[in-house]
Design a protein around this ligand. Structure first.
Ligand SMILES: Nc1nc2c(c(=O)[nH]1)N[C@H]1C(S)=C(S)[C@@H](COP(=O)(O)O)O[C@H]1N2
Ligand SMILES: [Mo]
Length: 252
């Protein structure tokens, strides 16, 4: 379908949302274009589908706002995390030389990269806003490797539809669809405000997804898995967040 007729469908459908018929239109459009988020079965199902589908169709190329160095927060707020434990501490004491990021699933070249290798990959920087759903936020400069580069190295297969990422904290994991995974501002971050990413902020490696709320920017990432079926992971809702009542898609 041409983008013109798609746009018209969208304007006659999603823009009219508000009543029951709008929801029905949004749902059928979402089905038609495969825009069903993995957590759509829950209580907020139709609403989640609508937000996700509307953002995908209307703002597919949009970029998160970038700021100037002068706007970087002087005192960024690190969300507290559960104690990381003795294994993490030992790896930290050794300067994270044993930290690895695996890439597997639907790829032609499964890989496991050391932190040093990742720091050596072509890097980019962004000065963006990290917003927690609980209300606080800060601006920082994030430097890292675009996730698209890592997916390219591993040879993502065309059937892959989601990128699942896992934290050293086993109960923290999330996933992105390919559009967000390949978004130019989605980074695997190793550097914050010109220094190594501090542990409090997710060091040595965190995902940075500035088009979505802070909780998608998972800290301490250890593994990336490409899949065509995110329902096979965890409770099948696409991330740990919906299990706690938050949306899988947290676009801002
Ligand atoms: N592994 C892990 N990642 C995480 C969290 C966490 O507790 N553990 N908190 C999330 C939430 S809710 C937010 S808002 C951001 C906070 O990032 P910050 O610590 O840099 O402020 O990290 C996200 N990533
Ligand atoms: Mo958060």
């Amino acid at each position: 379908m041409s983008s013109f007729s798609r746009r018209r469908l969208v304007t006659t459908g999603l823009a009219a949302v508000g009543g029951v018929s709008g929801l029905a239109v949004a749902r059928s459009l979402a089905h038609r274009y495969g825009l069903i988020p993995p957590d759509s079965g829950g209580l907020c199902g139709p609403g989640e589908t609508m937000t996700y589908a509307a953002q995908r169709l209307l703002t597919r190329h949009s970029m998160a706002r970038e700021f100037t160095r002068a706007q970087i927060s002087q005192q960024p707020f690190a969300n507290s995390v559960a104690p990381l434990g003795p294994v993490f501490q030992r790896i930290e004491q050794q300067g994270f030389r044993d930290w690895r990021l695996s890439v597997d699933g639907m790829v032609t070249h499964p890989a496991s990269f050391s932190l040093e290798e990742i720091r050596g990959f072509p890097s980019r920087s962004q000065i963006t806003h990290l917003a927690c759903e609980e209300g606080w936020s800060y601006i920082a400069e994030w430097t890292g490797v675009p996730l698209s580069h890592i997916l390219g190295l591993a040879g993502a297969l065309p059937q892959a539809r989601f990128v699942v990422y896992q934290s050293f904290e086993r109960d923290w994991w999330d996933s992105l669809d390919l559009a967000d995974a390949l978004h130019p501002q989605t980074f695997v971050v190793h550097t914050m405000n010109s220094g190594h990413l501090p542990v409090a902020f997710g060091g040595p490696l965190r995902m940075r997804v500035p088009r979505q709320l802070g909780y998608k920017s998972v800290k301490y990432i250890t593994g990336i898995t490409l899949t065509d079926d995110v329902k096979r992971f965890g409770k099948g809702l696409g991330s740990a967040a919906p299990e706690a009542g938050y949306a899988w898609y947290a676009g801002i």
